[in-house]
Design a protein around this ligand. Structure first.
Ligand SMILES: Nc1nc2c(c(=O)[nH]1)N[C@H]1C(S)=C(S)[C@@H](COP(=O)(O)OP(=O)(O)OC[C@H]3O[C@@H](n4cnc5c(=O)[nH]c(N)nc54)[C@H](O)[C@@H]3O)O[C@H]1N2
Ligand SMILES: Nc1nc2c(c(=O)[nH]1)N[C@H]1C(S)=C(S)[C@@H](COP(=O)(O)OP(=O)(O)OC[C@H]3O[C@@H](n4cnc5c(=O)[nH]c(N)nc54)[C@H](O)[C@@H]3O)O[C@H]1N2
Ligand code: SF4
Ligand SMILES: [Mo]
Length: 712
């Protein structure tokens, strides 16, 4: 080897050794797996990879999305400078220009149409600090009542159902570590294997230990394959199923009378109603046989411990709140909550699906899970914020309803942070028109998303690699996401963006923060004494203790792992059972000769939500390059649909074109389409605008549609 070659290899080795490690958490689901970005410099080229890092929840595991997350975060398309619409084109401008324009426009609109003419649309993918600040920004900087967020489309019914039943909403009422020891579980409308993959070992362990697993899903999925019994019901019929199970339990004397008497209210009403039902109707509505109903009811009631998990399959229904409550009736009637290896798990979706719903970006909510309609709560927060209670706006409307308000000219402007509603809302043809109509739209995003493309101003935000802050994972565990990767271009953290806009609006004194931690210090106080009490949690503790579970009222108390051991959170300490009428199913669209198929929607392993991030990641995009429709081959034949061909899917709301994929295991009356794609592949063009009356959740999981082969 020549001297020159030797030198080359020596240099290369040295360079390769220059390795940097950045700690962070996955930007995707509610597991919030801890991870590290490894930057290796080889000669002058940088190479990146992501590896898992040990922690109590995911124990170092990552799924395919997490492993490839850096591909979108380091993508060239990341926004690096503000953009402003000039002559109908988005062009780069300075922060100064962007902020000045926002100030002028916001002030002009509020002057002309009133404070409530501006609306705010937030997200559960931002940190607790940012979610908290966004609520404060709407109420204090803009003084508008119109703020809501994408969690309304996600966990609103689970949250409302749990609040109505238990008086408190925290996703899991038990510790993750209890799952392996439970004896029986019902997985209702959850696809954990694809949506929270790193949680699977807890369930696999339970199975090894002999737990009986019942899955409720109209489709076969990687999750239902884990089950001992798969109840493949008609979409949207879960209330009939849960009520049928309760009827068997009551009739066979399998309920826990002592628990019902000591710890619950209203059982007698529930019992009267349930006993008045007939099985014929239940079998008819659900398509589930009497044998399967019996098997489920007997195993669940007879085992000494048991858990019920729900996710969007039963929750994203226009009777979602009631559906959740029907399943909670089963837990309460059998006394399977507040004791070891038992309880309710509403499996949170987004990275901060839990925390972001606690600190005040929901239309009716103030920090710490306080209510904007409660005088004492209003007084408390007004004092923390240093404003008068009477200047605190009242309750606004839900996410989708804000677009209806735009259409009715009640809202003139919108500020969207970290969401892509043009893809994710129901009836998206309408939503897109509303966003085109709005007179001034500001979007803060990492990319020029389909929504950002409609904006008048686009603000570049920082990602999970750069932005430090806390997230509350699906257990209710608050975690500190460390993030120190260098900021790209002129992007700013979401909290900085909020502070800067507040400043130009003359509200600087309420938004004086120099770090995420300084916002968290205020959040602690704002949440103090509320249901979601974070007062005892500090950044130091989070570092030392690997996260703390809320409620945590003081620095001396440990977090709370198992909830409701001695009492529920309602006044009087009892859980409230509720009569949940099967008739609520009739609220939904029925199949007809025009629209003969049920359409349900959901996710695939390799893509995330509107796909804005995962479609930019070559390794993930390669796994599913386009939208598809899962259909039974017999149904396909009936409609003249061939395998792997383009199909036009039509509902009352619109049409889309997707490719056919056959599945022998899906119900013959049902098609499934994931929602990760845009434009003509966006299934939300088909979903209707009807909302759950209690929580305003859209019915993403049940529409009716028709299909035909698509010829160019
Ligand atoms: N890979 C991936 N993981 C994700 C996400 C993602 O986009 N991609 N998103 C994250 C977010 S924000 C969320 S909210 C969660 C969502 O997590 P999940 O709720 O588990 O996911 P979905 O696929 O929406 O729906 C779950 C299942 O409900 C079934 N289902 C449909 N209709 C019905 C019905 O009427 N009754 C019943 N019982 N089941 C029905 C579907 O067939 C589907 O298998 O996942 C999180 N994790
Ligand atoms: N048909 C159908 N529709 C559904 C669902 C369904 O199951 N079926 N599920 C619903 C559910 S559960 C959810 S949660 C919603 C989600 O709906 P969305 O919130 O619209 O989905 P995302 O793709 O997460 O959009 C996030 C946007 O923020 C950007 N972003 C990412 N990180 C950051 C950040 O740190 N800061 C800022 N400023 N921007 C960032 C991304 O680039 C992206 O454009 O969709 C709902 N829509
Ligand atoms: S997507 Fe969820 S399970 Fe997968 S690595 Fe990220 S946080 Fe973990
Ligand atoms: Mo979600």
């Amino acid at each position: 080897m020549t001297e020159l070659m030797l030198k080359y290899f020596r240099d290369k080795q040295q360079n390769a050794q220059s390795e940097k490690v950045y700690d962070t958490q996955c930007p995707y689901c509610s597991m919030q797996c801890k991870m590290q970005l490894i930057e290796q410099k080889i000669v002058s080229r940088k190479q990146y990879k992501t590896i898992g890092k040990d922690n109590p929840t995911s124990q170092g595991r990552l799924c395919v999305k997490g492993m490839n997350a850096h591909q979108h975060a380091l993508h060239n398309d990341r926004l690096k400078q503000p953009l402003m619409r000039i002559n109908d084109e988005l062009v780069p401008v300075s922060w100064e220009t962007a902020l000045r324009t926002i100030k002028n426009k916001f002030q002009q609109i509020q002057h002309e149409y009133g404070k409530d003419a501006i609306s705010v649309y937030g997200s559960a993918s931002i940190t607790n600090e940012e979610a908290y600040l966004l609520g404060k920004f709407a109420r204090v900087a803009l003084q508008t009542k119109y703020i809501d967020y994408n969690g309304r489309l996600c966990m609103a019914s689970a949250a409302t159902g749990a609040n109505m039943t238990f008086g408190l909403d925290r996703g899991f009422t038990f510790g993750l570590n209890e799952i392996p020891n439970t004896r029986v579980m019902i997985l209702a409308g959850t696809n954990i294997a694809e949506c929270q993959p790193t949680i699977m070992p807890y369930f696999e362990k339970a199975k090894e230990n002999g737990a009986y697993i019942i899955a409720v899903d109209p489709r076969e999925t990687s999750t239902t394959k884990l089950a001992d019994l798969h109840l493949q019901l008609k979409p949207g019929s879960d209330i009939a199923l849960a009520n049928g199970l309760l009827k068997i339990m009551i009739e066979k004397g399998l309920i826990d009378d002592a628990f019902i008497a000591d710890r619950t209210e209203h059982f007698d009403l529930v019992k009267d109603y349930i006993l008045s039902l007939n099985f014929e109707e239940i079998i008819n509505e659900t398509g589930i046989s009497m044998e399967e109903l019996y098997q489920t009811a007997l195993v669940f009631a007879n085992e000494p411990s048991g858990m019920i998990f729900t996710a969007r399959g039963i929750e994203q229904q226009i009777n979602g709140t009631e559906t959740v409550m029907a399943f909670l009736n089963l837990l309460l009637a059998t006394g399977k909550i507040g004791k070891p290896y038992s309880g309710y798990g509403a499996i949170t979706g987004q990275g901060n699906g839990q925390g972001a719903r606690e600190h005040g970006q929901k239309a009716d909510q103030l920090p710490g899970y306080r209510s904007i309609e409660n005088k004492a709560d209003r007084n408390y927060i007004a004092e923390v914020w240093g404003i008068r209670e009477k200047d605190l706006p009242k309750k606004g409307v839900s996410a989708y309803e804000m677009f209806e308000h735009i259409n009715k000219d009640k809202i003139k402007s919108m500020f969207i942070m970290c969401s892509n509603p043009v893809i994710s809302n129901p009836n998206t043809n309408f939503v897109k028109k509303a966003l085109e109509k709005v007179s001034f739209l500001v979007v803060a995003d990492l990319f020029l998303s389909e929504t950002a493309q409609l904006a008048d101003i686009v603000l570049p935000s920082t990602s999970y690699l750069e932005d430090e802050g806390t997230f509350t994972n699906l257990e209710g565990r608050v975690l500190l996401r460390e993030a120190s990767f260098p900021i790209q271009g002129k992007a700013k953290h979401d909290w900085q963006i909020l502070c800067e806009i507040a400043k130009v609006l003359g509200k600087e004194k309420y938004f004086n923060y120099d770090s995420a931690e300084s916002i968290f210090e205020e959040l602690r106080v704002a949440s103090r004494g509320g249901k979601a009490d974070y007062y005892g949690i500090t950044y130091d503790r989070l570092r030392r203790e690997n996260g703390v579970l809320w409620p945590c009222p003081s620095e001396e108390t440990p977090g709370t792992i198992r909830l409701f051991e001695t009492k529920f959170a309602h006044e009087g300490g009892k859980a409230r059972m509720a009569v949940v009428k099967i008739d609520t199913i009739k609220r939904k669209p029925a199949i007809s000769s025009n629209y003969p198929l049920y359409l349900t929607t959901g996710r695939v392993m390799s893509h995330y939500l509107t796909g804005e991030q995962t479609r930019k990641s070559p390794s993930l995009a390669a796994r599913n390059v386009e939208a598809y429709m899962e259909i039974h081959p017999d149904t396909a034949q009936k409609f003249g649909i061939e395998l792997n061909k383009l199909v036009k899917v039509t509902s009352e709301k619109g049409w889309i074109i997707v490719r056919s994929q056959f599945s022998e295991s899906i119900r013959k009356d049902t098609i499934f389409i994931p929602f990760h794609w845009a434009e003509n592949q966006n299934v939300n063009r088909l979903v209707g605008e009807q909302l759950d009356p209690y929580c305003r959740m859209p019915g993403f999981k049940m529409s009716v549609a028709t299909i035909s082969p698509f010829h160019h």
